[in-house]
Write a protein that binds this ligand. Structure first.
Ligand SMILES: Nc1ncnc2c1ncn2[C@@H]1O[C@H](COP(=O)(O)OP(=O)(O)O)[C@@H](O)[C@H]1O
Ligand SMILES: [Mg+2]
Length: 508
């Protein structure tokens, strides 16, 4: 029999392989859908530089018998940038369409997450998605859409325009999907709590299918500095990137080509590099032959005169906000935070932030609990495969006075223009030696801070015990020695006792 060959679209591919995007079963699907829409909402408010107000509502549509799958309506509303009307259909009706392919930090990456949630809803309920959005102009657009999965194109079923009297800006997305909320609930609530922790400037409200209300209130209106778009760094490019650049470049010589298309390459560096690579600075980049492009890339990797990428394209949370988030959501007795200096792996800049929360409302656990974040997203699945877990296991915690009895939580945040995720489901970070080293040094730093705190606390405790014995017997000793010395008045012991009280206060 003859073979038949056919082509499938990107949407069709993800329809057939939804596991790899985190849509494995009804519980996981509802978790992933909520998370993708929330992350889009947060990205949109970062973009608009407005403190996010996010409302999430999940309501059950059908009465289920035992063994039946439930159908839910998920609605997420934000006050972010909104979407220009002409892009709304593709943003939600086309896989691998998005605005975040730029070289700067964002939660979204491939133009996949939100659309994947909509696609999952469609293939399980056969219902459309409703998107209402405005960029703050005089109009609000409301679309009713479905995805043509075979062609990876949006189908516009209806479009309405309303007058935007209040100049509202933001987006509301609503669609139906099959799911299992009650199995997903612990993860969803954990996700919301950790999102509130790394986004301490956001108000997040969630109404669950039973009508329960979860509210996470912002602790600050200060937001992290927004990231700036950047050019590719010479260490991070490959043959394809150079090839594309030669096609679009307006520059006629290699010197300008190097200076204008790459991150942190100035006149001097460009000159030195071209000399090193044996390429004439007057050569026209459009005339580069394939083998010359390959050589160019190889020489870029070999040349060690390029400046490291700067971190302006990144937007870490910062020590102050991280601390505010931890105090708000974990209520510990002590917290240590640390932001490492920017670093790079394969030409991609990244920053690691670490924290330890101790005592207070932090419970005791046998294993040290770890909160993982990447580009301000909590990562909750596949923890065992994550690089941070390995780092924590490799540390000798006794050195830092941490035992299985110590109530602590460790937090690791990696931000990068390219987080080294192992899967498109964005659940865990791969073992890159450079990233691993930064995480290790970051955790060591906060562990040292904790150690200092614990040592001091132990010392204070010892002193307190010593002095409390003192304060009990001191008056007696004073009286006794007065009698012994034949004096009329006992010596003044008030000063000594004051020290005792001061120490006690310090402890509290
Ligand atoms: N709530 C929202 N506000 C503004 N823009 C949005 C929102 N949700 C989605 N978008 C737009 O739709 C695009 C596709 O979203 P998505 O499929 O989640 O991919 P990604 O977030 O990875 O880019 C985004 O790049 C963004 O431009
Ligand atoms: Mg997204």
């Amino acid at each position: 029999m003859a073979q038949t060959f056919e082509e499938i679209s990107a949407a069709d591919f993800f329809y057939r392989n939804r596991d790899i995007a985190g849509f494995t079963n009804p519980a996981r699907a509802i978790f992933s859908s909520m998370r993708e829409l929330i992350e889009n909402a947060l990205d949109a408010s970062d973009l608009f530089n407005v403190s996010p107000d996010i409302y999430i509502r999940l309501s059950q549509e059908n009465e289920t018998e035992l063994g039946e799958v439930a159908v839910y309506t998920l609605r997420v509303e934000d006050n972010g940038s909104g979407i220009p009307p002409r892009h709304i259909p593709s943003a939600f009706g086309q896989v691998l369409f998005g605005s975040k392919y730029k070289l700067k930090q964002a939660r979204g990456t491939f133009g996949l997450g939100g659309t994947m949630a909509v696609l999952y809803g469609q293939i399980t309920t056969h219902k459309p998605v409703y998107v209402t959005s405005s960029t703050g102009t005089s109009k609000i657009y409301r679309y009713k859409l479905m995805i043509d999965i075979q062609r990876n194109r949006p189908l516009i079923l209806d479009r309405k325009i309303q007058i935007n009297k209040e100049k509202w800006h933001g987006t509301t997305v609503e669609f139906c999907l099959e799911g299992d909320y009650f199995r997903a609930m612990p993860k969803i609530l954990e996700y919301l709590k950790q999102t509130a922790l790394v986004t301490p400037y956001a108000n997040i409200t969630f109404t669950d299918p039973k009508g329960r209300l979860y509210k996470f209130t912002r602790a600050t209106t200060k937001m992290p500095t927004p990231p700036k778009e950047t050019l590719p760094h010479p260490y991070g490019v490959d043959v394809e990137i150079i090839q594309r650049l030669t096609r679009i470049t307006p520059y006629r010589n290699m010197l300008d080509f190097m200076k204008m298309h790459f991150h942190r390459v100035g006149e001097n560096t460009a000159n030195r590099f071209l000399e090193f690579a044996g390429i004439s600075e007057r050569k026209n980049p459009k005339k580069l032959k394939p083998h010359e492009i390959v050589k160019l890339v190889r020489m870029m990797k070999r040349f060690n005169g390029f400046l490291p990428p700067d971190a302006g394209c990144l937007s870490p949370l910062g020590e102050e906000l991280l601390k505010a988030g931890i105090l708000k959501e974990l209520r510990p007795e002590f917290v240590a935070v640390f932001q490492r200096k920017p670093s790079t792996y394969s030409g991609h800049p990244f920053i690691v932030e670490t924290a330890i929360a101790y005592g207070g409302n932090v419970p005791k656990k046998d294993d040290i609990p770890l909160y993982r974040f990447a580009n301000r997203i909590p990562l909750l699945y596949d923890e065992a495969s994550d690089v941070s877990v390995r780092v924590i296991r490799s540390i000798n915690w006794r050195r830092y006075r941490v035992s299985s009895e110590t109530p602590i939580i460790i937090l690791v945040h990696v931000c990068s223009t390219k987080v080294p995720y192992k899967t498109v489901g964005k659940e865990f970070i791969a073992d890159r030696p450079e990233v691993k080293r930064e995480i290790l040094n970051g955790i060591r730093e906060v562990a040292r801070q904790l150690q200092r705190f614990l040592t001091k606390q132990e010392h204070v405790e010892k002193e307190r015990r010593r002095l409390s014995v003192f304060s009990k017997y001191l008056p007696k000793i004073a009286r006794f020695s007065m009698e012994l010395a034949g004096k009329e008045k006992p010596p003044n012991i008030k000063k000594l006792l004051r020290t005792v009280r001061k120490l006690e206060k310090e402890k509290d």
